[in-house]
Design a protein around this ligand. Sequence first.
Ligand SMILES: Cc1cc2nc3c(=O)[nH]c(=O)nc-3n(C[C@H](O)[C@H](O)[C@H](O)COP(=O)(O)OP(=O)(O)OC[C@H]3O[C@@H](n4cnc5c(N)ncnc54)[C@H](O)[C@@H]3O)c2cc1C
Length: 381
Amino acid sequence: MYPQLDEVHNLVRKTARDFVERKVEPNARRIDQGWYPRELLREMGELGLLAPHAPPEYGGPGLDFRSLVLVVEEVARSSPALATVAEVQGSMVVHNLMHYAGRELRERWLQPAVRGEKIIAFALSEPCCGSDAFSLETKAERVGGSWVINGTKLWITSGMYADAFLVAARTGSPKEKHKTVTLFLVERGKCVETNPVTVMGVRGTGTAEVKLHGCEVGDEAIVGGLNGGFKVVLDDLNNGRTCVGAIGLGIAQGAIKEAEAYARRRTAFGTAIINFQVLQHYVASIKAQIEAVRGVVYTAAYYRDKNVEFFPLYAQIAKYLGSRLAVDATRIAMQIMGGFGYSTDSKVEMLYRDAKATEIYEGANEVVLNALFKLAEKYEA
Ligand SMILES: Cc1cc2nc3c(=O)[nH]c(=O)nc-3n(C[C@H](O)[C@H](O)[C@H](O)COP(=O)(O)OP(=O)(O)OC[C@H]3O[C@@H](n4cnc5c(N)ncnc54)[C@H](O)[C@@H]3O)c2cc1C
C-alpha cells in the first residue's frame, strides 16, 4: 500500500502490532500513572523492536530506519510514553553509538542498549536553554588526563532511570556556541543527581532534572569527537523529528479508533451517534490526514535509509505535521466522545495530554518551522 515500504516492513509492523496488543495496551494506563516501562523496553529489545536498524554484531536484526519508524508508530497507538522512551533510545542513542562512538564505548554499551538491557538518556536541554540549545552552560574541563563535567540538564526523558547519559557539554569558549560543544557518555554514579519533573502527558517516561557534580570521564567517553557535538545533535534531531512524526501518527490512529468505536456504541436521539453525518466527517477528515502524514513520515524514513539529501527537509515536515495531527485528532476524538472522552476512563483523555508534548519536544514547532523555512527555500521544486 505504501511505495516506501516492502514485505519486510509489513512483517515488522505485524510483529510490533502483536507485541503492542499483548503487552503495551494492557499496561498503557499503568505507564501513564508513572510506571517506567523498563520490562517492556527489555522485551522490545529481545524482539529486535527497540533498535531494528542495529546490525547483528550489536544484537539487532540489521533492518533499517523505516522499521524503527513503523515500530514507534505502532507503539504510540497505545502508549506514546513508551514510544517516546523507545524512540530516544533507538533513533538517537543507538544511532549515535553506532556512528560516532569509539570502539571501547561501542563494545561496552551498544549491545545492551540495542537489547534494552541498558537505557541511555539523551541530555541536551538545560534550564537556561532548550530551543537555544547551543548556549548550554554545562562545562567539561580538562583536569589531568580526564574531563570533569559540571552542570544541570532539564526535561530529560528516562532521566530518573537511565544507566547512563549522553551529555552535551561546553569544551571551549561559550562565545563559539555550537563549535565548542562535545558529547560525553556519562555513567550513572555518585556524581549524578536526578530529580523527577512532573509533566502533563507522556507520564511514566521518567522525565528528570539531571545534575552533574564533577563527573570524571576519559577521552574514550567522547562521542563524535572533541567539539563535534553539533554535527551529531543535528543528525539526531533529524532522526528524532521523523520519529516524533511517527508518534503523532500513532496517537492520531489510537484516538480516532477509540472515538469511532464509541460513536458506533453510543446512542442519542434514537440512533447511534455515528449516524450524524458531522461525526462521520470528523472521522473521515482525520483518516485522510493520517494517510497524508504517513506519506511524509515514510518518505522521510526512506530518504534517511537511502541517504537522500532531502531527508532533513522531510524530517522537519514529518515532525511538524505529525505533531499537529496528533493534537487535532485527539481534540476531535474527545469531542466525538463527549463527557466520556473527557473522563480518565477513556484512553483519549491520556492521548490528548500526550499529544501536546509532540509539539514541544525534539524542538518546539516554531523552531522546526525556522529550519523548514530555510530547507524549503533551498529545495523548492
Ligand atoms: C516531555 C518532554 C521530554 C523531553 N525530553 C528531552 C530529552 O530527553 N532530552 C533533552 O535534551 N531535552 C528534552 N526535552 C526538552 C525539549 O527539547 C525542550 O523543551 C524544547 O526544545 C523547547 O525548549 P524550552 O522548553 O527551553 O523552551 P524555550 O526555548 O524557552 O522556548 C519556549 C517557546 O518559545 C518559542 N521559541 C523559542 N525559540 C524560538 C525561535 N527561535 N523562533 C520562534 N519561536 C521560538 C517556542 O514557541 C517555544 O515553545 C523534553 C521536553 C519535554 C516537554
